[in-house]
Design a protein around this ligand. Sequence first.
Ligand SMILES: Cc1cc2nc3c(=O)[nH]c(=O)nc-3n(C[C@H](O)[C@H](O)[C@H](O)COP(=O)(O)OP(=O)(O)OC[C@H]3O[C@@H](n4cnc5c(N)ncnc54)[C@H](O)[C@@H]3O)c2cc1C
Length: 416
Amino acid sequence: MAVRTHRHSHKAVVIGGSVAGLFAGNFLARQGWDVRIYERARESLASRGLGIASHGELEDLIVAAGATVPSPLGIDVTGRSAIDRHGETIARFDYPQQLAGWTGVFRSLSARFPADRYHSGWELSGIEPSGGRALARFSNGEAVEADLIVGADGFRSSVRAAMAPHVQPRYAGYVAWRGAVEEGALSDAFRAETVNQFCFCFPKGSEFIGYPVPGDDGSAELGRRRYNFLWYYPVAPGAGLTDLLTDARGVVHEYSIPPSLVRTEHIERLQADARDLLPTKFLEPFFAASHYLVQPIYDVESERIGFDNVALIGDAAFVARPHVGVGVLKAGQDARALAQCLARDASIAGALAAYDAERLPEGRASVAAGRHLGAFIERGLDGPWTDPSLDLRVEDIIRVSGRPVQKRQAAIGNAP
Ligand SMILES: Cc1cc2nc3c(=O)[nH]c(=O)nc-3n(C[C@H](O)[C@H](O)[C@H](O)COP(=O)(O)OP(=O)(O)OC[C@H]3O[C@@H](n4cnc5c(N)ncnc54)[C@H](O)[C@@H]3O)c2cc1C
């Protein structure tokens, strides 16, 4: 990307200092913008991520943002497979891919962005127009004026709430229970079986995925990595979800619940289901995990992501269900597209209109693809094969979810 520096005097405020915010901060800073990032969390976000499926383009984006690709970025796997309840292989797909750690990507983007321009513990409370510029107000009483506000504040974006309050996350009817285990704590037999594989199974109306990711220290060495698993597990909308999100003191958490507050009865039910439904080999990592994270799955579909001087990027703009595995990639693509539009167009409003036109179709396509891949779980079907009208075979699920979104439609029903 051509780096343009003609906007020296222009100031950007980025709300949210996770991957999307850091991508945007780095891209804009490279173009000469005076950028500051404001992140609500007081503590570092580095420890929060688990595994992400990575694509070649992610490396290109990290480099284009001026950051250093973590070495290694991830674990090389040779393929994907799906097994049945008894451990028999029901589908295979040779697909060399890197399975990265979210933390490595976050750390590398963070290392590139000037620490004195990253403000932790600042929560956006509102946005106001201010004489052709925009004013970001924070809950600590401060206000910052800027030529551009970038909303990189995730799926419950306050920036989106200010610009398009009617766009709300829509619960998909299931949650993801996630866990990770140090590989050193797992048996040699398990490691040997899973070493190069991204593995799927479909226990009664759900979907379970397991794959290795780099260790906490970034290590890709066998035995020092972690095994990451994710179980898409139906929880009824309404009372069912509210019950899961209600802690032992009766406090209802609106969108998700910290792992330590999940009630014991929910963990016990999950573990009982694991004993009944998971193929034997997955019981080992499942029960070795010290805790489980639960993340309800939501769709977010914006109608507009570029306003006069406010842009939405990453999960603030669109959230596709994680089956498509493109959240981090899309965050980087959005940030790059935004920076490119700003470099091309003389006016910020014109650049944001161009950004909106360029990225809306991609965002919509990724949400639609995620819905399609998760429809059988949402509808409580006992596997993707039970309703042919879904046009979704196990082969498609394991292939399609491994590809960047623009190739996905071509891949459905047309796998190599
Ligand atoms: C179960 C699951 C599995 C996933 N697997 C993958 C995968 O394999 N591959 C992949 O690419 N992606 C995956 N994702 C998606 C990926 O994690 C996200 O898409 C990605 O992290 C989006 O980054 P973001 O910066 O847009 O949002 P976030 O990471 O949500 O960051 C938003 C930031 O904004 C801050 N913030 C919020 N409100 C305010 C405010 N008012 N003021 C200031 N700051 C604020 C938050 O504290 C947060 O740090 C998965 C997601 C889930 C739930």
